[in-house]
Design a protein around this ligand. Structure first.
Ligand SMILES: Cc1cc2nc3c(=O)[nH]c(=O)nc-3n(C[C@H](O)[C@H](O)[C@H](O)COP(=O)(O)OP(=O)(O)OC[C@H]3O[C@@H](n4cnc5c(N)ncnc54)[C@H](O)[C@@H]3O)c2cc1C
Length: 538
């Protein structure tokens, strides 16, 4: 499939991108020091020549041959997602479940024809946006009940089709990636303002299918809030909802699709609610000697109804590792943005709340700036830079042979202190047992008036060839604990295949049956992304 920039088949982003080796080696030295182990050596990223992919079990239909690929690169690129489990298998050349074919439909009609053909030959169809899933959502691990698997890549459906300036909404195709979407909206002075960390290589359809969470998004956190109406091509026909600013007409038909993770159909278009581009910004990094003071400040800011665009808390170690601090304090980055009005009153009140909890803001913080880079300087800027490089950093740790992965959840404030202590303890204990040493850090990815969405990072030394199993043991302990204590197995990374065991314990049994019935209606042959979310009813 010809495109100007080719996406990597292993790791984050496009060919030629990534951290330089000397930077990765210095990260290795830092990690070695923190873990008190010798600095790990650097492994090469895998090369396409090393891979032995299973022969395709399907041949494309003649009528659609030009939109299918059985090329090695395309199949490899569509095999693994971007979690540690994926990257660690990938670097060892473990590409056990490649799709037999990759389809690149150019229109809704072609999406429908691909699904029809898959149903007719008994193949599974796996919707694919940016492939940034960290939950095993796009891996064609479909079992023996299918004749093969087809990855349905939406990259050719990448246009903003219509802008309704009066209602400030736009009709957008599902395959568009973050940067291109914003480029197309910019001339209209509008923005979707949905920035998951994977923004660069994740798609609108993928965001809707996974209920993604954006950053600079304390008020409108999940993509859910922006969906006005949508279209999904299902094996049973077109599922289209009305464009409405709101409706009380029964259970929301948009909500059945939002979070459906490709098991009901392919989201081809959505009418999305947009915002004016921000002009005014006010931002401050506030340091706290104690993590518990920092999280109480974050809670009080949210409960005061101030709705900062960003209210990101980094614990001591997280601040150190991201460069936002020196490890002696937790850092709360508070940012307000508006297209309409200066923000002195909002940031002023937020800093007052922080001071009440013992927080210290830099001299001069607390005023509005009209400069676009106002939130990109100092500690906040260093954190932002590390955040943007997140995908490349993950690859770097895998190349260093370390076990490095994140997991995220949400819990109400009343349970948070106990929950946090227990989850960190269970995770650290498991990681130390399995890996010999470990660091477990925490940040708040999102904050709500009734609780935070904590995001944990585990860093531990890996044993050659055993990193996948080492992480599996740590994940088991961490996930068991957070489900036992009433958290969710995912706040914004979706369920996919990796979180099924814990999702099955979290969701009501009757809900799974109801979702199964909906799936049967929309996907009678159960070809859509089998193994994700629920067992396919057959
Ligand atoms: C470095 C990194 C940072 C990340 N940061 C965030 C973050 O900040 N917030 C967050 O929420 N997530 C984050 N993620 C997870 C991931 O990016 C999100 O889940 C994202 O929404 C997936 O979008 P995608 O287009 O890449 O979907 P894919 O990975 O291609 O697919 C994900 C799932 O959605 C389904 N799907 C994809 N497109 C469609 C469609 N058009 N119709 C129906 N189903 C579809 C797939 O079948 C699969 O089940 C991150 C991942 C990485 C690697």
């Amino acid at each position: 499939m010809g495109s100007v920039k080719r996406r990597k088949f292993w790791g984050w982003g496009y060919e030629g991108e990534g951290l330089p080796d000397d930077r990765i080696e210095s990260l290795g030295r830092l990690a070695g020091e923190r873990l008190r182990v010798p600095p790990p050596g650097l492994r090469p990223a895998p090369s396409i020549e090393w891979l032995n992919l299973r022969e395709p079990r399907l041949r494309p239909p003649t009528a659609l041959a030009e939109i299918f690929s059985a090329g090695k690169w395309d199949r490899a690129e569509h095999t693994l997602g971007k979690s540690f489990h994926d990257l660690a298998r990938g670097i060892e050349g473990r590409y056990d479940n490649p799709p037999d074919l990759v389809a690149f439909p150019r229109s809704e009609a072609e999406v429908a024809q691909v699904l029809e053909w898959c149903a007719s030959v008994g193949a599974a169809a796996i919707p694919y946006g940016g492939g940034s899933s960290v939950a095993g959502g796009i891996e064609p691990e479909v079992g023996e009940d299918y004749t093969g698997a087809v990855s349905v890549d939406l990259r050719r459906l990448d246009r903003v089709l219509e802008v309704d300036a009066a209602s400030r909404t736009a009709r957008i195709q599902g395959g568009v990636l973050g940067p291109s979407l914003e480029d197309q909206l910019r001339p209209h002075g509008l923005t979707l303002r949905h920035f998951p960390q994977s923004f660069e290589v994740s798609s609108l359809g993928g965001w809707i299918a996974t209920r993604s969470g954006g950053h600079y998004a304390t008020l409108f956190t999940h993509i859910d809030e922006f969906v006005e109406g949508l279209r999904m091509i299902t094996p049973a026909g077109v599922y289209e909802t009305r464009r409405l600013p709101g409706s009380g007409a029964g259970t929301d038909p948009n909500r059945l699709v939002i979070g459906s993770e490709g098991i009901l159909g392919v989201i081809t278009e959505a009418w999305m609610w947009l915002q004016a581009r921000p002009v005014f910004r006010a931002s401050a990094p506030v340091t706290f000697a104690r993590f518990e003071d920092a999280w109480q400040a974050a809670r009080d800011i949210l409960q005061a109804g101030l709705w900062p665009a960003n209210c990101r808390l980094l614990d001591h170690d997280e601040a150190l590792m991201s460069g936002a601090g020196d490890g002696s304090a937790s850092v709360l980055i508070v940012t307000f943005e508006s297209a309409d009005h200066p923000l002195d009153a909002w940031i002023g009140r937020a800093l007052e709340i922080c001071r009440d909890h013992g927080g210290a803001a830099p001299e001069g913080a607390g005023t509005t700036s009209r400069q676009e880079d106002a939130a990109r300087v100092g500690a906040a800027g260093r954190w932002r830079q590390a955040f943007i490089q997140g995908g490349h950093l993950h690859d770097a740790f895998v190349r260093l042979g370390l076990v490095m992965e994140t997991f995220e959840t949400a819990i109400t404030w009343d349970r948070f202190p106990h929950f946090h202590a227990q989850v960190v303890e269970a995770t650290r204990r498991a990681a130390e047992e399995v890996c010999g040493a470990a660091i477990v850090t925490c940040r708040f990815a999102y904050v709500y008036p009734d609780g935070p969405a904590p995001y944990y990072t585990v860093l531990a030394p890996g044993r050659e060839g055993q990193q996948v199993e080492q992480w599996a043991a740590v994940k088991q302990a961490a996930s068991d604990e957070l489900i036992r204590l009433g958290g969710t197995i995912t706040h914004h990374h979706a369920v996919g295949r990796y979180h099924r065991e814990w999702y099955d314990r979290e969701r009501p049994e009757l809900f799974a049956r109801a979702l199964g019935a909906a799936k049967r209606a929309l996907d009678p042959a159960a070809i859509m992304n089998p193994g994700v979310l629920i067992d396919p009813p057959r």
